[in-house]
Write a protein of this length. Structure first.
Ligand code: CP
Ligand code: NVA
Length: 303
């Protein structure tokens, strides 16, 4: 039975730590003759139903560096985009490639793909979760504060979206403390919260950003309107007033606090230019770490 990675909860804590440790090793080995090619002779499909820059680049480059052939499909140019069933797509992909990364809308589409595929399926972002981003975020936290993730206190400021859900799921696996400040009506999914709490996550929901920021060692946010929500942009801008991560917000956090953002960012909306381009921002390390962590993940899933 193939293992899949649809949410961070698909990994145990030991597996998560092993992937993050391996990512750090692969980072050191990158560009040297000692860099391994454990996927030599294999192929991995990367399928997009939504736009992407980082996910496409980091998977294509990473798959190549592991010795395999990346095959990128933009869904609208495929039969999947013309309504071919996901079940049939799963059977067909399983005969050609050794793994598939899939970026889609409804999380149920990923679950259907995973149910019918005999190869590992990796979530490249769904409306519910963006777990590969969290691997990179956790690697960045470790680079800054050391290996013990349990000591981190993460403040999420903004929408209770796929990234917020991924932080919640990760809190249960990695053991850090998480406080989310989301405007009323934009809170995370109750089922995601309950599931994580049942698995021991230390997660609190608060109403005001200040309540999340006090004592935070990691401050993070995301766009106010995610892909597919563009028509709600004006309404969301009104609802999220006061939820910008600016210098005053960072001042409330721990004096050593770092700022993370999955990107792309909207300067002047969810984050000020002074913060994202400032000394506490680790967003470029975070983006780079997509490459290392996904290579470690694919090696673990496919090799
Ligand atoms: N963070 C992230 O997934 O970026 P892309 O949408 O550019 O892939
Ligand atoms: N929440 C954002 C993340 C983009 C990487 C979206 O889904 O559009």
């Amino acid at each position: 039975m193939a293992r899949h990675f649809l949410t961070v909860s698909d990994l145990s804590r030991d597996e998560l730590v092993a992937v993050l440790d391996r990512a750090a090793e692969l980072r050191e080995l990158r560009g040297t003759p000692a860099h391994p090619q454990p996927l030599q002779g294999k192929s991995v499909a990367v399928v997009f139903e939504k736009a992407s820059t980082r996910t496409r680049l980091s998977f294509e480059v990473g798959i190549h560096e592991l010795g395999a052939q990346p095959v990128t499909l933009i869904s609208k140019d495929t039969q999947l985009g013309r309504g071919e069933p996901i079940e049939d797509t799963a059977h067909m992909l399983s005969r050609y490639v050794h793994g598939v990364v899939y970026r889609t809308f409804g999380h149920d589409r990923l679950e259907t793909l995973a149910r019918h595929a005999t190869i590992p399926v990796v979530n490249g972002l769904s409306d519910k979760f963006h777990p590969v981003q969290l691997l990179a975020d956790l690697m960045t936290i470790r680079q800054h504060f050391g290996p013990s993730l349990e000591d981190a206190r993460v403040a999420w400021i903004g929408d209770g979206n796929n990234m917020a859900h991924s932080w919640i799921a990760s809190a249960a696996v990695a053991g850090f403390e998480l406080v989310l400040a989301c405007p009323s009506g934009y809170q995370p999914d109750e089922e995601v919260l309950c599931g994580a709490r049942e698995r021991g996550a230390r997660v609190r929901l608060v109403e005001r950003p200040e309540e999340a920021l006090d004592g935070a060692t990691v401050v993070t946010t995301d766009v106010w309107a995610s892909m597919g929500q563009e028509r709600e942009t004006a309404e969301r801008q009104r609802a999220f007033a006061g939820f910008i991560v600016d210098d005053a917000a960072m001042e409330r956090a721990d004096s050593e606090a770092i700022f993370l953002h999955c990107l792309p960012a909207h300067r002047g909306e969810e984050v000020s230019a002074s913060v994202i381009d400032g000394p506490r921002s680790r967003v470029w390390d975070e983006a780079e770490n997509r490459l290392h962590t996904q290579k470690a993940l694919l090696e673990w899933l496919i090799a």
